[in-house]
Design a protein around this ligand. Sequence first.
Ligand code: 3H9
Length: 690
Amino acid sequence: MKVNDVVTYEVEGPIAVITAHSPPVNALSSAVRQGIAGAVQTALGDGSVGAMVLICEGRTFFAGADITEFGKPPVEPTLRNLQLIVENATKPVIAAIHGTALGGGLELALVAHYRIAVPSAKCGLPEVKLGLLPGAGGTQRLPRIVGIEKALDLTTSGAPVGARAAKEMGLVDELAQGDLRADAIAFARRVLEEKRPLLKVRDRTEKLDEARGKPEIFANFRKANARKFRGFKAPEHIIRCVEATLEKSFDEGMVYERQLFNELQSDSQSAAQRHVFFAERQAAKVLGLAADTPTLPIAKVGVIGAGTMGGGIAMNFANAGIPVTIVEAKQEALDRGLGIIRGNYESTAKKGRMKAEDVDTRMGLLTGSVAMEDLADCDLIIEAVFENLDVKREVFGTLDAIARPGAILATNTSYLDIDDIAAATERPESVCGLHFFSPANVMKLLEVVRTKDTSPEIVVTAMKLAKTIGKIGVLVGNGFGFVGNRILAARNAQADRLVLEGATPWTVDRVLYDFGFAMGHFQMRDLVGLDVGWNRETTSSANVREILNEMGRHGQKTKGGYYDYDDNRKQTPSPIAMQVIEDFAAKQGIERRAVSDDEIHDRILFAMVNEGARILDEGIAARASDIDIVWVTGYGWPKYRGGPMFWGDLQGLPTVLEKLKTLEAAHGEAFTPSPLIERLAAEGKGFRDA
Ligand code: 3H9
């Protein structure tokens, strides 16, 4: 029987089966909640029914509250009211879990009296990733099952646990052996036959008792995670709710949880993190191409260059089980590169993050060569050689003669014009950019660069490939620095100028760190290496960075850059670098003055937003949210600030415009507002509407 469009109700003997089917992920929308509530009432009123099974169709059990309903007026039954109906049912309810029971989905399962799961299922409370806390009793019930310490870990990391681990923790009562529905019905029958009680997690206290009188658990947890949680509001709110399980009754704890949930839900951090969640999924959708554009098979990959970048790129494919041929000019460099890759795998295995036997399996997928001809049978060839147009053009000219027709020819350039590179071939339609970020086997971002000629098949294949190798692919246009590095260049320009005008690198870094970046601008430069992209042949002491390079101060690796470093890489502001800055400013005729933190903040951030707007206006990015994803996943923009364009929208574009005009009057054309900002501000719109 259909209860409504998304829930059905069937009776098999003494068992009522309530099935939700609300694609794609069975989010607990108002229709789903209403349907379940109606079905439970029906079962309670049906004398032939002794117990109920709550199960989902489709790819997963409930994936949580329906995030799209947040901020809208609540519709009854709310999730919490639905939970009361289930928990207080006078007949046992058995939750039958497959796929992922997440957030409100797991919280609903936790008010069932018993839980059964397929072995491949996963359970988790990922609300923290959305800047929220589990707000349907998760912070109060989970500790009552798994104990305080595990609950702290699970709720503040948001990481799911597999069904087997969930069973060990007592989170699920049984693992299904065969068909979940049949096993759940059989389980429900046993509950009835054995007259098992209506177990309520809320009544359990034994795990809480174990932690009583041990306040150090919380103190230690906060201390151990201080760095990870810095800036985020949700983790501390969650810890306080878990603490409350020891200090308050269950009902009081629920009131407290609600209060803290509401605080987070209305905070801009959660809005930002929810924006990032949806933005990431939007980025995967390519606009303007036919839905049936075919993808090309990628069974074998070639990588040219076995340096840091090439090696990291190759690892991505080996990790995904795709064979790779790595080509280097000289055997020695090839051996060194392959040795570094093996070393990376071995250290991962040593840390327990990979099986020892997988090291050889993955190395077995990598074939080294010093002959470009060995790339003839590759479906995709990625060039990661020195960042120089002539060098890259030469590589592509050679490739053109070697690669099979239809192969994708990709460059990993960070700044160069890919049309110029493609022009070295007779097949520019086969050329695209795949801009990986260092370390390429770790960083999640992949800018997929489409030139004016890149074929639609290659665009969709590259975007799909990003997913295959666990990256977040963002499609960008072919313009200087694409999206990420172009905005970085805008930040560079301001940061460099600010230190000449009177700021210090450390004050600039502190302002950015306080904003939420994992590290400051100059700290990042020192880490990456000041000599990256520096050409010692043409060096001309044209800026502070060049001079530092000429002095052999290349950053952390030489124990000196903008900062000095000791043997443990501990940094201190460098008086030498400061002298270089002051001398250079004097040479340029710049009179140094006091620069406030506010000025640093505004000049750097509004310059970035303005550059983002230009990028959007020029169509280099298809959506404002794509720019946000690039900066959040590739450049450490704090997730709880949603990305530069989200941040701009949060300020309000009229405010952004006014700031830019003031900055333009004082500091010139870097701040000339993008016409897009002028237009959107006049129309009362935001970047999200562009
Ligand atoms: C919560 O539960 C709060 C409670 O504690 C308290 C309440 C009082 N809502 O990721 P996919 C959409 S907070 C609405 O590509 P996958 C998603 O946008 C929630 N929509 O699939 C996408 O739409 P589109 C806690 C949602 O197979 C489509 O579904 N739960 C929701 O790679 C497919 O998604 C979470 O945080 C949602 N909850 O991964 C879980 N979830 O096709 C969030 C997804 O238009 N979800 N959509 O782009 C996930 O982690 C993954 O979606 C999941 C599936 C692992 C489930």
